[in-house]
Design a protein around this ligand. Structure first.
Ligand SMILES: CC(C)CCC[C@@H](C)[C@H]1CC[C@H]2[C@@H]3CC=C4C[C@@H](O)CC[C@]4(C)[C@H]3CC[C@]12C
Length: 282
């Protein structure tokens, strides 16, 4: 009797389960368990907004694929964070690249394989939540305050902590590196009063490189926001980028730390501008 009632309830609430072959059903169960595990460990939160096309009444195969998709992006974002943190935690091999008078310092280090990664250390006069809002929640607005960016589009929302983005850098005067575009998984993770933002390039069949653009690859990279006070945050940014194309290493290794300093400068300006009342803004 009980199994029949359970079956009936499942049939009513999940019509697609009835259309599924045995294997698909097993896959849904396994993926469901994995997501529950991740949620239990606090790695993912319950989606506040279902991803655009995620609907329970779609045929079984589609639902399985969408769940697999979600799991793939969340895991990719978490792995990017772990890998980036491992780079930051390793203490050897860092050398000072640039020291600015405002206290910003950029270090660099050569990774196995020969790529140089850059680590910016800075202190910003803003709270962690405000920075999270600007850098993650309002990522699509970044071009409004940062002229190095032409456009950022969120292609997918996977729960509230993971997004898939398409970013296009701007063609700026004096920058010897032409425009690039990126497709990345971006993941955010809160830990006490700190916040971690990670990113890594992914290949999306549905989003092949645009004609006329060089598709660069970001990551594993991350930004760590560590609260020093209510309105003061230590900002660490690991930039790990393969800009692709045929460029001398010396040019790339000058442009990347420059791009970090520019980014922080624009961010500071944006913070002061948004702190002023709207009538006082130009
Ligand atoms: C030198 C040339 C090739 C690149 C210049 C543009 C660089 C600096 C731009 C292009 C895309 C940008 C990234 C786009 C999106 C995010 C996610 C956000 O949560 C933190 C900032 C971060 C990570 C940006 C950092 C700056 C960035 C990497």
């Amino acid at each position: 009797m009980l199994p029949a009632v359970v079956k009936l309830c499942c049939g009513i609430s999940y019509p697609h389960l009835r259309n599924m072959a045995g294997l698909q059903r097993a896959a849904v169960a396994v993926i469901g368990q994995e997501i529950t595990q991740l949620q239990r460990w606090g790695w993912i939160q319950h989606p506040t907004r279902a991803p655009a096309k995620f609907r329970y009444n779609e045929p079984g195969g589609e639902a399985v694929n969408q769940m697999k998709d979600q799991l793939f992006y969340v895991k990719k974002g978490q792995e990017a964070l772990k890998k980036a943190l491992r780079v930051l935690e390793s203490k050897e091999g860092w050398k000072v690249e640039i020291t600015e008078s405002n206290g910003d310092v950029i270090y660099s280090k050569v990774m196995p394989g020969g790529r140089r990664v850059f680590r910016l250390e800075s202190v910003l006069e803003a709270g962690v939540d405000e920075l999270y809002d600007i850098l993650f929640l309002r990522v699509e607005e970044m071009h409004k305050w940062n002229p190095s960016i032409q456009q950022i589009k969120v292609l997918k929302h996977v729960g509230s902590e993971t997004i898939v983005t398409h970013e296009v850098s701007a063609q700026t005067a004096g920058n010897l590196i032409g425009q690039r575009d990126f497709v990345c998984v971006r993941h955010s993770r809160k830990y006490k009063s700190d916040l971690y933002l990670s990113g890594e390039a992914i290949q999306l069949e549905s989003f092949p490189p645009l004609a006329g653009f060089v598709r660069a690859e970001d990551g594993p990279s991350c930004i760590l926001l560590h609260a020093l006070g209510a309105k003061i945050t230590h900002f660490t940014w690991l930039l790990n980028m393969d800009v692709k194309g045929w460029l001398p290493k010396s040019i790339v290794n000058q442009a990347l730390p420059r791009a970090q300093l520019d980014f922080t400068q624009h961010l500071r300006r944006h913070l002061t501008a948004s702190a002023r009342p709207s009538w006082a803004r130009i």
